[in-house]
Ligand binder design. Structure first.
Ligand code: UDP
Length: 444
Protein backbone atom coordinates (compact mmCIF):
# COMPACT_ATOMS: atom_id res chain seq x y z
CA UNK A 1 0.00 0.00 0.00
CA UNK A 2 2.80 2.41 0.86
CA UNK A 3 4.89 1.69 -2.29
CA UNK A 4 5.87 4.54 -4.57
CA UNK A 5 4.63 2.91 -7.75
CA UNK A 6 8.05 1.38 -8.49
CA UNK A 7 7.52 -1.31 -5.88
CA UNK A 8 9.84 0.48 -3.44
CA UNK A 9 8.17 1.45 -0.15
CA UNK A 10 8.01 5.15 0.64
CA UNK A 11 10.38 6.15 3.39
CA UNK A 12 9.33 9.06 5.61
CA UNK A 13 11.58 10.89 8.01
CA UNK A 14 9.58 12.28 10.96
CA UNK A 15 11.23 15.07 12.95
CA UNK A 16 9.20 16.33 15.93
CA UNK A 17 9.93 19.51 17.84
CA UNK A 18 11.49 17.98 20.97
CA UNK A 19 8.69 18.56 23.52
CA UNK A 20 6.26 15.98 24.94
CA UNK A 21 3.28 17.58 23.21
CA UNK A 22 4.92 17.10 19.79
CA UNK A 23 6.87 13.84 20.20
CA UNK A 24 3.80 11.84 21.35
CA UNK A 25 1.32 12.66 18.56
CA UNK A 26 4.07 12.47 15.93
CA UNK A 27 5.00 8.96 17.07
CA UNK A 28 1.32 8.05 16.81
CA UNK A 29 1.27 9.60 13.31
CA UNK A 30 4.37 7.51 12.46
CA UNK A 31 2.58 4.35 13.61
CA UNK A 32 -0.42 5.28 11.47
CA UNK A 33 1.77 5.77 8.39
CA UNK A 34 3.83 2.61 9.05
CA UNK A 35 0.61 0.59 9.41
CA UNK A 36 -0.15 1.71 5.82
CA UNK A 37 3.16 0.29 4.58
CA UNK A 38 5.53 3.25 4.78
CA UNK A 39 8.94 2.89 6.35
CA UNK A 40 9.35 5.62 8.96
CA UNK A 41 12.51 6.91 10.54
CA UNK A 42 11.64 8.77 13.73
CA UNK A 43 14.24 11.38 14.50
CA UNK A 44 14.82 12.64 18.04
CA UNK A 45 17.54 14.81 19.49
CA UNK A 46 20.29 13.06 21.48
CA UNK A 47 19.09 14.84 24.60
CA UNK A 48 15.45 13.70 24.35
CA UNK A 49 16.47 10.18 23.38
CA UNK A 50 18.54 9.85 26.55
CA UNK A 51 15.64 11.20 28.63
CA UNK A 52 13.10 8.75 27.19
CA UNK A 53 15.57 5.88 27.69
CA UNK A 54 15.92 6.77 31.35
CA UNK A 55 12.19 7.30 31.98
CA UNK A 56 11.23 3.99 30.41
CA UNK A 57 14.23 2.03 31.81
CA UNK A 58 14.55 -0.40 28.94
CA UNK A 59 17.56 -1.89 27.23
CA UNK A 60 16.42 -1.68 23.58
CA UNK A 61 15.55 1.60 21.86
CA UNK A 62 12.64 2.93 24.00
CA UNK A 63 11.31 5.18 21.24
CA UNK A 64 10.64 2.07 19.16
CA UNK A 65 9.48 -0.29 21.87
CA UNK A 66 5.73 0.06 21.32
CA UNK A 67 5.95 0.40 17.53
CA UNK A 68 8.10 -2.70 17.24
CA UNK A 69 5.70 -4.73 19.40
CA UNK A 70 3.15 -4.05 16.65
CA UNK A 71 5.58 -5.23 13.97
CA UNK A 72 5.75 -1.80 12.31
CA UNK A 73 8.77 -0.73 10.29
CA UNK A 74 9.74 2.33 12.29
CA UNK A 75 13.42 3.11 12.71
CA UNK A 76 15.09 5.51 15.04
CA UNK A 77 17.76 8.12 14.42
CA UNK A 78 19.25 10.82 16.60
CA UNK A 79 20.51 14.20 15.59
CA UNK A 80 22.13 17.06 17.41
CA UNK A 81 19.79 19.89 18.55
CA UNK A 82 20.66 22.36 15.73
CA UNK A 83 20.23 20.49 12.51
CA UNK A 84 18.40 22.45 9.86
CA UNK A 85 19.67 21.03 6.56
CA UNK A 86 17.05 20.33 3.99
CA UNK A 87 17.17 17.91 1.11
CA UNK A 88 15.11 17.88 -2.04
CA UNK A 89 12.42 15.54 -0.75
CA UNK A 90 8.69 16.20 -0.22
CA UNK A 91 8.16 18.28 2.87
CA UNK A 92 5.22 17.57 5.15
CA UNK A 93 4.59 19.77 8.13
CA UNK A 94 2.70 18.54 11.20
CA UNK A 95 0.58 21.19 12.93
CA UNK A 96 -0.05 20.29 16.60
CA UNK A 97 -2.71 22.92 17.31
CA UNK A 98 -6.30 23.33 16.05
CA UNK A 99 -6.89 24.34 12.44
CA UNK A 100 -8.62 27.46 13.83
CA UNK A 101 -5.30 28.57 15.35
CA UNK A 102 -3.58 27.87 12.03
CA UNK A 103 -6.09 30.23 10.46
CA UNK A 104 -5.36 32.91 13.10
CA UNK A 105 -1.62 32.84 12.32
CA UNK A 106 -2.36 32.62 8.60
CA UNK A 107 -4.46 35.79 8.89
CA UNK A 108 -2.15 37.64 11.26
CA UNK A 109 -2.15 40.60 8.83
CA UNK A 110 -5.93 41.01 9.48
CA UNK A 111 -5.27 41.48 13.21
CA UNK A 112 -2.88 44.27 12.28
CA UNK A 113 -5.18 45.93 9.79
CA UNK A 114 -8.09 45.86 12.28
CA UNK A 115 -5.90 47.37 15.00
CA UNK A 116 -5.96 44.23 17.18
CA UNK A 117 -2.20 43.77 16.99
CA UNK A 118 -0.02 45.01 18.56
CA UNK A 119 -1.83 45.69 21.84
CA UNK A 120 -1.76 49.35 22.85
CA UNK A 121 0.10 48.71 26.11
CA UNK A 122 2.47 45.87 26.96
CA UNK A 123 -0.68 43.74 26.95
CA UNK A 124 -4.24 44.43 25.82
CA UNK A 125 -5.95 47.04 27.98
CA UNK A 126 -9.03 45.86 29.88
CA UNK A 127 -11.41 47.36 27.31
CA UNK A 128 -9.47 45.86 24.38
CA UNK A 129 -9.58 42.36 25.90
CA UNK A 130 -13.33 42.17 25.32
CA UNK A 131 -13.12 43.34 21.68
CA UNK A 132 -14.66 40.85 19.28
CA UNK A 133 -12.70 39.49 16.34
CA UNK A 134 -15.16 38.33 13.70
CA UNK A 135 -13.08 38.65 10.54
CA UNK A 136 -10.79 35.60 10.64
CA UNK A 137 -12.02 33.07 8.08
CA UNK A 138 -13.32 29.88 9.68
CA UNK A 139 -12.82 31.16 13.23
CA UNK A 140 -15.96 31.82 15.27
CA UNK A 141 -16.38 35.17 17.01
CA UNK A 142 -13.58 35.30 19.53
CA UNK A 143 -12.40 38.08 21.79
CA UNK A 144 -8.89 39.47 22.11
CA UNK A 145 -8.55 37.56 25.39
CA UNK A 146 -9.07 34.30 23.47
CA UNK A 147 -6.15 34.84 21.08
CA UNK A 148 -2.96 32.82 21.54
CA UNK A 149 -1.05 34.45 24.42
CA UNK A 150 1.78 35.78 22.28
CA UNK A 151 -0.70 37.85 20.30
CA UNK A 152 -2.04 39.33 23.54
CA UNK A 153 1.27 40.66 24.83
CA UNK A 154 3.97 42.98 23.69
CA UNK A 155 7.21 42.47 25.55
CA UNK A 156 10.65 41.27 24.55
CA UNK A 157 10.08 37.69 25.79
CA UNK A 158 6.76 37.12 24.09
CA UNK A 159 7.86 39.03 20.96
CA UNK A 160 10.69 36.55 20.65
CA UNK A 161 8.30 33.56 20.92
CA UNK A 162 5.77 35.18 18.58
CA UNK A 163 8.54 35.75 16.06
CA UNK A 164 9.51 32.08 16.34
CA UNK A 165 5.87 30.98 15.96
CA UNK A 166 5.29 33.18 12.94
CA UNK A 167 8.51 31.88 11.37
CA UNK A 168 7.48 28.28 11.99
CA UNK A 169 4.04 29.11 10.60
CA UNK A 170 5.65 30.73 7.53
CA UNK A 171 7.76 27.64 7.02
CA UNK A 172 4.69 25.35 7.45
CA UNK A 173 3.10 27.40 4.65
CA UNK A 174 5.86 26.36 2.26
CA UNK A 175 5.36 22.66 3.02
CA UNK A 176 3.86 20.41 0.34
CA UNK A 177 1.25 19.22 2.86
CA UNK A 178 0.24 20.29 6.35
CA UNK A 179 -1.14 17.45 8.48
CA UNK A 180 -3.14 18.47 11.51
CA UNK A 181 -4.09 16.55 14.66
CA UNK A 182 -7.79 17.39 14.45
CA UNK A 183 -10.81 16.06 12.56
CA UNK A 184 -13.26 17.46 10.04
CA UNK A 185 -16.41 17.07 12.14
CA UNK A 186 -14.80 19.13 14.93
CA UNK A 187 -13.49 22.02 12.84
CA UNK A 188 -15.41 21.94 9.56
CA UNK A 189 -15.59 25.75 9.16
CA UNK A 190 -11.90 26.37 9.83
CA UNK A 191 -10.93 23.50 7.51
CA UNK A 192 -13.15 24.80 4.70
CA UNK A 193 -11.69 28.28 5.12
CA UNK A 194 -8.10 27.01 4.99
CA UNK A 195 -8.81 24.63 2.11
CA UNK A 196 -8.85 27.41 -0.43
CA UNK A 197 -5.51 28.74 0.84
CA UNK A 198 -3.23 25.90 1.74
CA UNK A 199 -3.48 22.09 1.85
CA UNK A 200 -4.31 21.38 5.51
CA UNK A 201 -5.33 17.75 6.05
CA UNK A 202 -6.86 16.65 9.33
CA UNK A 203 -5.59 13.20 10.30
CA UNK A 204 -6.63 12.94 13.95
CA UNK A 205 -7.29 12.42 16.69
CA UNK A 206 -3.98 10.57 16.76
CA UNK A 207 -4.40 8.07 19.56
CA UNK A 208 -3.48 4.39 19.76
CA UNK A 209 -6.13 2.28 18.06
CA UNK A 210 -7.32 0.61 21.29
CA UNK A 211 -8.68 4.03 22.38
CA UNK A 212 -10.51 4.58 19.09
CA UNK A 213 -11.86 1.80 16.90
CA UNK A 214 -9.80 -1.06 18.43
CA UNK A 215 -8.97 -2.43 14.98
CA UNK A 216 -5.60 -3.20 16.52
CA UNK A 217 -6.22 -3.98 20.21
CA UNK A 218 -2.48 -4.43 20.80
CA UNK A 219 -1.94 -0.74 19.97
CA UNK A 220 -2.37 0.60 23.51
CA UNK A 221 0.34 3.18 24.11
CA UNK A 222 2.62 5.57 22.26
CA UNK A 223 5.57 4.87 24.56
CA UNK A 224 7.30 8.27 24.30
CA UNK A 225 6.89 9.50 27.86
CA UNK A 226 9.72 11.77 29.07
CA UNK A 227 8.92 10.90 32.72
CA UNK A 228 8.35 7.62 34.53
CA UNK A 229 4.63 6.89 34.77
CA UNK A 230 2.82 6.08 38.01
CA UNK A 231 0.13 3.39 37.57
CA UNK A 232 -3.11 4.64 39.20
CA UNK A 233 -5.49 1.85 38.05
CA UNK A 234 -5.95 0.27 41.44
CA UNK A 235 -6.79 3.64 43.04
CA UNK A 236 -9.19 4.52 40.22
CA UNK A 237 -10.89 1.10 40.45
CA UNK A 238 -11.82 1.91 44.05
CA UNK A 239 -13.78 5.09 43.11
CA UNK A 240 -17.43 5.38 41.99
CA UNK A 241 -18.26 5.77 38.31
CA UNK A 242 -17.66 9.27 36.82
CA UNK A 243 -16.78 10.77 40.21
CA UNK A 244 -13.06 11.56 39.92
CA UNK A 245 -11.71 14.90 38.76
CA UNK A 246 -8.43 14.35 36.94
CA UNK A 247 -6.03 17.33 37.12
CA UNK A 248 -3.04 17.90 34.86
CA UNK A 249 -1.45 20.99 33.35
CA UNK A 250 0.70 19.13 30.83
CA UNK A 251 4.44 18.93 30.53
CA UNK A 252 5.63 22.52 30.33
CA UNK A 253 3.68 25.27 32.07
CA UNK A 254 4.46 26.74 35.47
CA UNK A 255 1.87 27.76 38.04
CA UNK A 256 2.44 30.08 41.02
CA UNK A 257 2.72 28.62 44.53
CA UNK A 258 -0.32 30.63 45.67
CA UNK A 259 -2.37 29.27 42.78
CA UNK A 260 -1.30 25.69 43.53
CA UNK A 261 -2.41 26.17 47.14
CA UNK A 262 -5.81 27.49 46.01
CA UNK A 263 -6.21 24.57 43.61
CA UNK A 264 -5.34 22.14 46.41
CA UNK A 265 -7.95 23.66 48.72
CA UNK A 266 -10.51 23.91 45.91
CA UNK A 267 -10.10 20.21 45.17
CA UNK A 268 -10.45 19.37 48.83
CA UNK A 269 -13.56 21.54 49.29
CA UNK A 270 -15.23 20.14 46.17
CA UNK A 271 -15.61 16.86 48.06
CA UNK A 272 -14.96 14.93 44.82
CA UNK A 273 -12.20 12.33 44.60
CA UNK A 274 -9.23 13.77 42.68
CA UNK A 275 -6.21 12.45 40.84
CA UNK A 276 -3.62 15.20 40.39
CA UNK A 277 -0.51 15.18 38.24
CA UNK A 278 1.78 17.59 40.03
CA UNK A 279 5.07 17.74 38.14
CA UNK A 280 8.02 18.28 40.49
CA UNK A 281 8.92 21.45 38.53
CA UNK A 282 5.36 22.87 38.34
CA UNK A 283 6.32 26.04 40.26
CA UNK A 284 9.91 26.15 39.08
CA UNK A 285 12.80 23.76 38.79
CA UNK A 286 14.12 25.12 42.11
CA UNK A 287 11.01 24.57 44.26
CA UNK A 288 9.77 21.03 44.69
CA UNK A 289 7.41 21.22 47.66
CA UNK A 290 4.33 23.25 46.93
CA UNK A 291 1.29 21.74 48.65
CA UNK A 292 -0.11 23.31 51.83
CA UNK A 293 1.14 21.75 55.07
CA UNK A 294 -0.62 18.52 56.00
CA UNK A 295 -2.70 18.63 52.77
CA UNK A 296 -1.78 15.09 51.80
CA UNK A 297 -2.47 13.83 55.27
CA UNK A 298 -5.98 15.34 55.44
CA UNK A 299 -6.87 14.31 51.85
CA UNK A 300 -5.48 10.78 52.10
CA UNK A 301 -8.76 9.08 51.32
CA UNK A 302 -10.01 11.71 48.85
CA UNK A 303 -7.10 12.29 46.52
CA UNK A 304 -3.93 10.96 44.95
CA UNK A 305 -1.06 13.22 43.80
CA UNK A 306 1.57 11.81 41.42
CA UNK A 307 4.36 13.29 39.26
CA UNK A 308 3.25 11.73 35.93
CA UNK A 309 0.94 8.96 34.73
CA UNK A 310 -0.40 7.32 31.55
CA UNK A 311 -2.98 10.00 30.71
CA UNK A 312 -4.90 8.04 28.06
CA UNK A 313 -5.35 5.13 30.42
CA UNK A 314 -6.64 7.54 33.08
CA UNK A 315 -9.03 9.42 30.79
CA UNK A 316 -10.54 6.16 29.59
CA UNK A 317 -11.16 4.85 33.11
CA UNK A 318 -14.89 4.69 34.01
CA UNK A 319 -14.38 6.46 37.35
CA UNK A 320 -13.18 9.69 35.67
CA UNK A 321 -15.88 12.36 35.68
CA UNK A 322 -13.99 15.45 34.51
CA UNK A 323 -10.59 16.78 33.42
CA UNK A 324 -9.20 19.98 35.00
CA UNK A 325 -6.77 20.89 32.23
CA UNK A 326 -4.54 23.70 30.96
CA UNK A 327 -6.08 23.03 27.51
CA UNK A 328 -2.93 21.87 25.73
CA UNK A 329 -4.17 20.67 22.34
CA UNK A 330 -3.17 17.04 22.96
CA UNK A 331 -5.03 17.01 26.25
CA UNK A 332 -8.13 18.53 24.64
CA UNK A 333 -8.17 16.07 21.73
CA UNK A 334 -7.53 13.14 24.07
CA UNK A 335 -10.36 14.24 26.33
CA UNK A 336 -12.71 14.59 23.36
CA UNK A 337 -11.74 11.19 21.97
CA UNK A 338 -12.39 9.61 25.37
CA UNK A 339 -15.56 11.55 26.20
CA UNK A 340 -14.42 13.43 29.33
CA UNK A 341 -15.82 16.97 29.87
CA UNK A 342 -13.26 19.60 30.84
CA UNK A 343 -12.60 22.43 33.25
CA UNK A 344 -10.27 24.69 31.26
CA UNK A 345 -7.51 26.65 32.95
CA UNK A 346 -5.45 28.09 30.07
CA UNK A 347 -2.02 29.38 31.00
CA UNK A 348 0.06 29.84 27.87
CA UNK A 349 0.26 30.06 24.09
CA UNK A 350 -2.83 28.84 22.14
CA UNK A 351 -4.38 27.22 25.25
CA UNK A 352 -6.63 30.33 25.49
CA UNK A 353 -8.02 29.71 22.02
CA UNK A 354 -8.40 25.97 22.62
CA UNK A 355 -10.33 26.74 25.81
CA UNK A 356 -12.59 29.21 24.00
CA UNK A 357 -13.45 26.60 21.34
CA UNK A 358 -13.97 23.92 23.97
CA UNK A 359 -16.30 26.06 26.13
CA UNK A 360 -18.23 28.26 23.68
CA UNK A 361 -18.14 26.39 20.38
CA UNK A 362 -18.31 22.75 21.38
CA UNK A 363 -19.90 23.41 24.82
CA UNK A 364 -18.13 20.49 26.44
CA UNK A 365 -16.71 22.20 29.49
CA UNK A 366 -16.22 25.24 31.67
CA UNK A 367 -13.51 27.88 31.91
CA UNK A 368 -11.53 29.36 34.79
CA UNK A 369 -9.96 32.67 33.81
CA UNK A 370 -6.65 33.71 35.30
CA UNK A 371 -3.26 32.26 34.60
CA UNK A 372 -0.14 33.99 33.35
CA UNK A 373 -1.63 36.90 31.50
CA UNK A 374 -3.10 38.93 34.32
CA UNK A 375 -1.60 37.17 37.35
CA UNK A 376 -5.09 36.81 38.75
CA UNK A 377 -5.28 34.04 41.32
CA UNK A 378 -8.39 31.91 41.06
CA UNK A 379 -9.75 31.25 44.50
CA UNK A 380 -10.65 27.94 46.05
CA UNK A 381 -14.41 28.71 46.16
CA UNK A 382 -14.53 29.30 42.40
CA UNK A 383 -12.54 26.15 41.76
CA UNK A 384 -14.62 23.89 44.00
CA UNK A 385 -17.86 25.33 42.56
CA UNK A 386 -16.68 24.71 38.99
CA UNK A 387 -15.63 21.14 39.82
CA UNK A 388 -19.00 20.34 41.32
CA UNK A 389 -20.81 21.87 38.33
CA UNK A 390 -18.73 19.79 35.95
CA UNK A 391 -18.97 16.48 37.76
CA UNK A 392 -22.23 16.65 39.70
CA UNK A 393 -24.86 18.88 38.06
CA UNK A 394 -27.41 18.88 35.23
CA UNK A 395 -25.24 21.44 33.37
CA UNK A 396 -22.31 19.03 33.66
CA UNK A 397 -24.46 16.16 32.40
CA UNK A 398 -25.38 18.15 29.28
CA UNK A 399 -21.67 18.75 28.62
CA UNK A 400 -21.01 15.04 29.09
CA UNK A 401 -23.73 14.19 26.53
CA UNK A 402 -22.27 16.64 24.00
CA UNK A 403 -18.73 15.34 24.43
CA UNK A 404 -19.92 11.75 24.06
CA UNK A 405 -21.43 12.71 20.68
CA UNK A 406 -18.11 14.33 19.67
CA UNK A 407 -16.26 11.25 20.91
CA UNK A 408 -18.33 9.15 18.50
CA UNK A 409 -17.49 11.54 15.64
CA UNK A 410 -13.79 11.36 16.57
CA UNK A 411 -13.90 7.57 16.46
CA UNK A 412 -15.78 7.55 13.16
CA UNK A 413 -13.23 9.96 11.66
CA UNK A 414 -10.45 7.45 12.33
CA UNK A 415 -12.39 4.39 11.10
CA UNK A 416 -12.07 3.02 7.56
CA UNK A 417 -14.05 5.44 5.37
CA UNK A 418 -13.97 8.18 8.06
CA UNK A 419 -12.81 11.73 7.28
CA UNK A 420 -9.34 11.48 8.84
CA UNK A 421 -8.73 7.97 7.56
CA UNK A 422 -9.69 9.08 4.03
CA UNK A 423 -7.30 12.03 4.32
CA UNK A 424 -4.46 9.75 5.43
CA UNK A 425 -5.06 7.44 2.47
CA UNK A 426 -5.44 10.26 -0.05
CA UNK A 427 -2.27 11.87 1.30
CA UNK A 428 -0.27 8.65 0.89
CA UNK A 429 -1.57 8.19 -2.67
CA UNK A 430 -0.62 11.80 -3.55
CA UNK A 431 2.77 11.33 -1.94
CA UNK A 432 3.40 8.17 -3.97
CA UNK A 433 2.42 10.01 -7.11
CA UNK A 434 4.65 12.98 -6.30
CA UNK A 435 7.62 10.78 -5.56
CA UNK A 436 6.97 8.60 -8.62
CA UNK A 437 6.62 11.46 -11.04
CA UNK A 438 9.61 13.08 -9.40
CA UNK A 439 8.04 16.51 -9.38
CA UNK A 440 10.73 19.18 -9.10
CA UNK A 441 13.82 18.00 -7.30
CA UNK A 442 12.17 15.29 -5.20
CA UNK A 443 13.79 11.91 -4.78
CA UNK A 444 12.77 8.78 -2.93
N1 UDP B 1 0.62 13.46 29.63
C1 UDP B 1 0.89 12.20 30.11
N2 UDP B 1 0.94 12.02 31.46
C2 UDP B 1 0.72 13.03 32.35
C3 UDP B 1 0.42 14.32 31.84
C4 UDP B 1 0.38 14.51 30.48
O1 UDP B 1 1.08 11.26 29.35
O2 UDP B 1 0.79 12.76 33.55
C5 UDP B 1 0.61 13.66 28.17
C6 UDP B 1 -0.77 13.93 27.65
O3 UDP B 1 -1.46 12.70 27.43
C7 UDP B 1 -0.49 14.72 26.38
C8 UDP B 1 0.84 15.42 26.68
O4 UDP B 1 1.39 14.79 27.83
O5 UDP B 1 -0.34 13.84 25.28
C9 UDP B 1 0.68 16.89 26.99
O6 UDP B 1 0.43 17.56 25.81
P1 UDP B 1 -0.47 18.86 25.79
O7 UDP B 1 -0.52 19.33 24.37
O8 UDP B 1 -1.76 18.62 26.43
O9 UDP B 1 0.30 19.90 26.71
P2 UDP B 1 1.83 20.44 26.74
O10 UDP B 1 2.58 19.47 27.58
O11 UDP B 1 2.32 20.50 25.31
O12 UDP B 1 1.68 21.77 27.40
Amino acid sequence: MGGNGNGKPLHAMVIPYPTQGHVTPMMQLSKTLAAKGLIVTFVTTYHRHAEITQANSCSSDPVLLEANKLGLDIRSAQISDDVTKRFGIPWISFWTQPVAVYSIYHNFHLLRSHGHYPPKGIAFLAEELDDYIDYIPGVPNIQCKDLPLFLQLQDPNSDYVLDMLLKSYQSARRADWVLCNSFYELEAEAIKAMDAETPVLTVGPLLPSSYLDSHNPKDITVGTSFLTEYQPSEWLDSKPSESVIYVSFGSLVHVSKTQIEEIAMGLKESGQPFLWVLRPDIISSKISTCLPDSFMETCKSQGLVVPWLPQLQVLSHPSIGGFFTHCGWNSVTESIALGVPMLGFPLWTEQYTNCKLMVDEWKIGLRLRGGHRDDKVIHREEISRAIRTLVASEEGKAMKNRIMALRDSARSAMKAGGSSQNNIEAFIEDLKFTVHVGNGSQTN
